[in-house]
Design a protein. Structure first.
Length: 222
């Protein structure tokens, strides 16, 4: 966790932004991530693309360490838990299910995203699968806030889907793209948690705030 955590006041709550591309809602012992895209490498290989395996196991280990470090009793995934539907007997589905079952002290809640369509059946016995937004206290949890219109609602909305990144200037004009938390009117868009995901350059507007998820701490960019 960050030595100097960035804490946002939102919806009457305090939300801590973590360099691991996650949010900790400490009062509710809740860890929040978005866009893991489990199964992506396997699905791409099945379509003939030469991509390496191992990203799923890496992301599961990252999540396990983070859940332990934060003592979270609940994990909320803001959609795209999966990259695509997996049959119940698929090797990746079995590994994901076993990992979920190995978290007995933590409730896992998936607010389904567009990539999750048709994928919940294999996991409903080991986690809570929601096809609608989740509301808890003064916060709303969704996948794509623009599509659902959640940003126009009266609750502060945490969402994913966009995989926001920002460009930082580098040496000799080279730019470095970094994952960012994007606070905009009415909500916060989380960076993608999965390591095997792309990113969308943020088009920040006046009043928006960007926070870069660095290797060891979260830094405010604007």
């Amino acid at each position: 966790m960050s030595p100097d955590p960035v804490v946002l006041a939102a919806g009457g709550e305090s939300l801590c932004l973590l360099p691991e591309r996650a949010v900790l809602w400490e009062r509710r012992r809740t860890l929040i991530v978005a866009d893991i895209h489990f199964g992506k490498s396997a699905l791409l290989r099945e379509h003939g693309l030469a991509v390496p395996a191992g990203s799923d196991a890496h992301d599961r280990e990252r999540l396990s360490r983070l859940m332990h470090a934060t003592a979270a009793s609940r994990l909320i995934v803001l959609g795209d838990f999966l990259h695509g539907a997996l049959a119940a007997d698929h090797g990746d589905a079995s590994a994901i299910g076993a990992w979920c079952a190995a978290q007995p002290g933590t409730e896992i809640v998936v607010v389904a995203g567009n990539h999750d369509r048709g994928g919940g059946a294999a996991f409903r016995t080991v986690l809570t699968w929601m096809d609608e937004d989740l509301v808890d206290g003064g916060l709303r949890f969704t996948h794509d806030a623009d599509r659902t219109g959640s940003l126009a609602a009266d609750l502060f909305t945490l969402s994913g889907h966009l995989h926001p990144v920002a460009r930082l200037g580098g040496l000799k004009g080279r730019a470095l793209r970094v994952p960012v938390f994007w606070r905009r009117r009415g909500g916060l868009v989380l960076p993608s948690f999965g390591v095997f995901t792309g990113g969308m350059l943020v088009q920040a507007e006046a009043g928006d705030e960007l926070f870069a998820a660095g290797p060891e701490q979260v830094l405010r960019l604007r």
